[in-house]
Design a protein around this ligand. Structure first.
Ligand SMILES: Nc1nc2c(ncn2[C@@H]2O[C@H](COP(=O)(O)OP(=O)(O)O)[C@@H](O)[C@H]2O)c(=O)[nH]1
Ligand SMILES: Nc1ncnc2c1ncn2[C@@H]1O[C@H](COP(=O)(O)OP(=O)(O)O)[C@@H](O)[C@H]1O
Length: 392
């Protein structure tokens, strides 16, 4: 980790004044990897988020990268610090704590994959979250096996604990399905554009329709202090498994194929043609679910109550009382005014009252296209002694 040198070269400044109308916006340039200088600050094309420019120091060529992920809003001033060869920490000064810690990834696996896929220079933002949260739960299984039924029971019995990740889909709504509650029913072209813009954690073509989990769908649940449940197919589960999300994966299997067919028909939500398609796909889905190694747990849904009991057990709900977790809204509201210095794995920050804190970034996990979690904030006293008390 090294502190970001503030390099306002002549041509850099020239470029800044050419490209921005405002003089009140501060830029910071950091040499992040090999011979690349990153300029972070000001605005980007949309004019409302922090922009990034890259200068190749060998060729002296400027590049405007493709910027993916949840972007921080523009601010007048920020501190930039390179953490390692993959990402830098950007602290928005004078922003509330919940919105002040951001990571700009320039060489993480996600960025490298996207760079290859888009054949362009790519960087990606992710918001820093202090503390840990509960692992999201991915539930997969063939159509008609009872995923929705089990998830509804869980949400009804533990409303403070779980939140449902509302997927996007291009399929038509069923009777009683509400837009924004069961799914975000979307136009295919709009969904494809959002996928291209990196807004989706995963997506798949299922029964001839496009389904996908947006990064936001998962994050709004986590931000509310709840454990996120995703109902997605095996292809989606595979993608989430490969992502930094760190979830628990559960596959629900039917007691028999004949019973699956009964349930699907008895539900009465699909045409005969659609039922046939779902049954055909179910065969492959069950095969993959049982053999792919993606899933941590396989539950048979024969007797509903028994399956539900088993599900609760493996989610630890038989031992933990249903208490509401502290929501983000009740956390202390600090404004980080200044980045003072940095030490091994820790960045020293001070708040607007000049209280010093050590921001521990040694255990971070996740990142773009979601949040970077696991940040710890310790109060520091008498100019550097760390107390063992976490404030959050
Ligand atoms: N990959 C992926 N699959 C999804 C998503 N949302 C729903 N699915 C899956 O799409 C399939 C069809 O869902 P749906 O049309 O609601 O019918 P159901 O299977 O009878 O519940 C199911 O296997 C769902 O788990 C998503 O966001 N991503
Ligand atoms: N264990 C079970 N025994 C009998 N019927 C079930 C059981 N679990 C679910 N069902 C019924 O099967 C149908 C399909 O369940 P659903 O939750 O919609 O499946 P999925 O979401 O996996 O497509 C529903 O009518 C539901 O009431």
């Amino acid at each position: 980790m090294g502190e970001a040198p503030i390099i306002f070269e002549k041509d850099l400044l020239q470029k800044i004044s050419n490209e921005t109308k405002s003089v009140s916006i501060a830029y910071e340039a950091v040499v992040a990897a090999a011979n690349k200088q990153y300029l972070v600050g000001g605005t980007d094309e949309s004019g409302c988020s922090i922009g990034v420019q890259i200068l190749d120091q060998t060729t002296r060529k400027w590049t405007t990268p493709v910027i993916l992920g949840d972007k921080p809003e523009v601010c007048k001033d920020q501190s930039v610090i390179v953490l390692n060869e993959e990402r830098m920490l950007v602290i928005r000064r004078d922003a509330a704590l919940e919105d002040s810690l951001w990571f700009l990834e320039f060489n993480t696996k996600f960025v490298r994959d996207q760079r290859q896929a888009l054949d362009a220079e790519v960087v990606a933002w992710s918001k820093g979250v202090i503390g840990e949260d509960l692992k999201p739960v991915v539930i997969s299984g063939p159509s008609g096996v009872g995923k929705g039924t089990l998830i509804s029971k869980l949400m009804e019995d533990f409303p403070t604990k779980f939140g449902f990740s509302v997927s996007h889909t291009t399929r038509a709504p069923r009777q009683k399905e509400q837009n924004g509650v069961h799914y975000h029913f979307s136009e295919r072209s709009a969904m494809e554009k959002d996928i291209k813009d990196g807004k989706f954690l995963e997506f798949a073509l299922v029964h001839d329709n496009l389904y996908g989990t947006s990064v936001e769908a998962v994050e709004v649940v986590a931000d509310a202090g709840k454990r996120c449940i995703l109902d997605i197919d095996v292809q989606g589960a595979r993608q989430v498994r490969a992502s930094p999300l760190g979830a628990t994966f559960i596959f629900i299997r039917p007691p028999s194929f004949a019973e699956l067919e009964n349930r699907l028909r008895a539900r009465g939500t699909e045409t005969e043609e659609q039922v046939q398609k779902r049954l055909r796909n179910a065969k492959a889905e069950i095969e993959q679910g049982l053999s792919s190694g993606i899933f941590d747990h396989i539950l048979e849904n024969d007797d509903l109550e028994e399956c539900y009991r088993n599900l609760k057990k493996l989610l630890g709900l038989d031992v933990i009382p249903d208490v509401c977790r502290t929501s983000q809204a009740t956390k202390p509201h600090l404004s980080m005014n200044h980045l003072e210095e940095n030490e091994d794995g820790r960045v020293v920050v001070v708040d607007h009252k000049n209280n010093k804190f050590a921001l521990d970034v040694s255990c971070i996990r996740g990142g773009a296209p979601g949040r970077t979690r696991g940040l710890k904030l310790h109060p520091l006293s008498n100019g550097g002694d760390q107390t063992d008390q976490f404030i959050i």
